[in-house]
Design a protein around this ligand. Structure first.
Ligand code: NAP
Ligand code: MG
Length: 401
């Protein structure tokens, strides 16, 4: 069999711990035997980030701007304990945060659906993708602890003078919070969501609490609506897709009653909370994919989970692990498909689809890792270790090919 050729390299961002091990095996077993894999390799493993003073993370993001598509392995975000464990020079920032701020993106998270693994919500038949705005609100807020009676005011000083509003007159102790967002970021969030909906051919829902937050949340609603009317209405109608705005509490109720099969755009905090709820309700964090889409059309694919540290320590002790590689495989297939689309390499798209199908078939036939065994309704389950799960997928991939 001749291998599929690629023209433009994928930006490959390697990572840490158990996912780094899975990363190597996925390439060795499921990709390199079939594709003449072209990547520009960046090692974002913690050691290399430390050696390069985190320059490698910045370089990998810049390479994504150059080539357009990246695939990323999970990475450690260092804390005090990691500084000791890896003898780090500094507590380096979250690589995802660094990459996101360079690419200015929106994060879309979607579950991988397998028939025998039933969502906790009976009506859900198709995936629900959460689109999370990744700028501002409480993640860039200013907070104040009121210790004594006094007047809290909202003051804005502009070129044309000052405006002042009373927030509250405190008689005793309390708390205050100030947060912001900017039209430019909201608009790029909106455009990224509309483009993604057209791309994957699903309806787009958006929700805020505009009835209560009559200026802040209402501005989000208005910017989305204006951009929809001016730039996307016709495209949506042509594609027979719907843009649907509703209050966040109404959206929550509708999501639970729905069949799935749409994108739910959420403000920063709502997306943070709702994506964990949706991921868990669909079954397992190990089945959640994640893609960062920038308003300029750059893509970075990854698994939603972390480096699975607990399993890695077991692996280091020589114990058997049963780590689920589905989300990492789907990060690779997502990236290969996008490369195939951009470079018009049909074979690459077909191959990635077949690798996804083989992976799902493996679980549907009862061969799975431990995390899914507890959730699957298949009667004759075969629980396999980390590597054998990939070997089983490879057998089915060879059959399909
Ligand atoms: P985690 O790596 O997602 O793992 C949490 C737990 O979820 C695991 O211990 C495991 O449960 C289960 N799990 C997650 N992925 C799994 C998989 N593929 N297969 C089977 N089980 C899976 O989160 P964490 O332990 O909080 O974080 C570990 C490291 O990852 C941290 O250093 C953090 O900074 C980093 N992190 C990176 C990213 C990223 O790069 N995008 C995201 C999140 C966290 P059991 O142990 O019960 O089996
Ligand atoms: Mg969260």
């Amino acid at each position: 069999m001749t291998k599929i050729q690629m023209n433009v390299p994928l930006v490959e961002m390697d990572g840490d711990e158990m996912t780094r091990i899975i990363w190597k095996w996925i390439k060795e077993l499921l990709i390199e035997p079939y594709v003449e894999l072209k990547t520009e390799y960046y090692d974002l493993g913690l050691q290399k980030r430390d050696e390069s003073n985190d320059q490698i993370t910045i370089d990998s993001a810049l390479a994504t701007i150059k080539y357009g598509v990246a695939v990323k392995c999970a990475t450690i975000t260092p804390n005090a304990q990691r500084i000791e464990e890896y003898n780090l020079k500094e507590m380096w920032k979250s690589p995802n945060g660094t990459i996101r701020s360079i690419l200015d993106g929106t994060v879309f998270r979607a579950p991988i659906i397998v028939d025998s693994v039933k969502p906790f919500i009976r009506t859900w038949k198709k995936p629900i993708t959460i689109a999370r705005h990744a700028y501002g609100d409480i993640y860039k807020d200013v907070e104040y602890r009121v210790e004594q009676p006094g007047q809290a005011e909202l003051v804005f000083t502009g070129e044309n003078g000052e405006t002042r509003q009373t927030i509250f007159s405190f008689k005793g102790k309390g708390v205050i919070l100030g947060m912001h967002n900017i039209d430019k970021s909201i608009a790029s969030f909106a455009r990224t969501c509309f483009n993604y909906a057209l791309d994957i051919k699903q309806d787009l829902w958006f929700s805020t609490k505009d009835t209560i937050s009559k200026i802040y949340d209402h501005t989000f609603k208005d910017i989305f609506q204006a951009i929809y009317d001016q730039e996307y209405k016709l495209k949506f109608e042509k594609a027979k897709l719907e843009y649907f705005y509703t209050l966040i509490d109404d959206a929550v109720a509708r999501v639970i009653r729905s069949e799935g099969g749409f994108i739910w755009a959420c403000k920063n905090y709502d997306g943070d909370v709702m994506s964990d709820m949706v991921a868990t309700a669909f079954g397992s964090l190990a089945m959640m994919t994640s893609v960062l889409v920038s308003p300029d059309g750059y893509y970075e694919f990854e698994a939603a989970h972390g480096t699975v540290t607990r399993h890695y320590y077991k692996h280091l002790r020589g114990e058997e692990t049963s780590t689920n590689s589905m989300a990492t495989i789907f990060a690779w297939t997502g990236a290969l498909k996008k490369r195939g689309e951009l470079d018009k390499i049909e074979e690459l798209i077909v191959f990635a689809d077949k690798l996804e199908a083989a992976s799902i078939k493996t679980i549907a036939e009862g061969v799975m890792t431990k995390d899914l065994a507890e959730l699957s309704e298949v009667t004759n389950k075969k629980v396999v270790n980390t590597r054998n799960f990939l070997v089983e997928i490879k057998q089915r991939l060879d059959e399909i090919l």
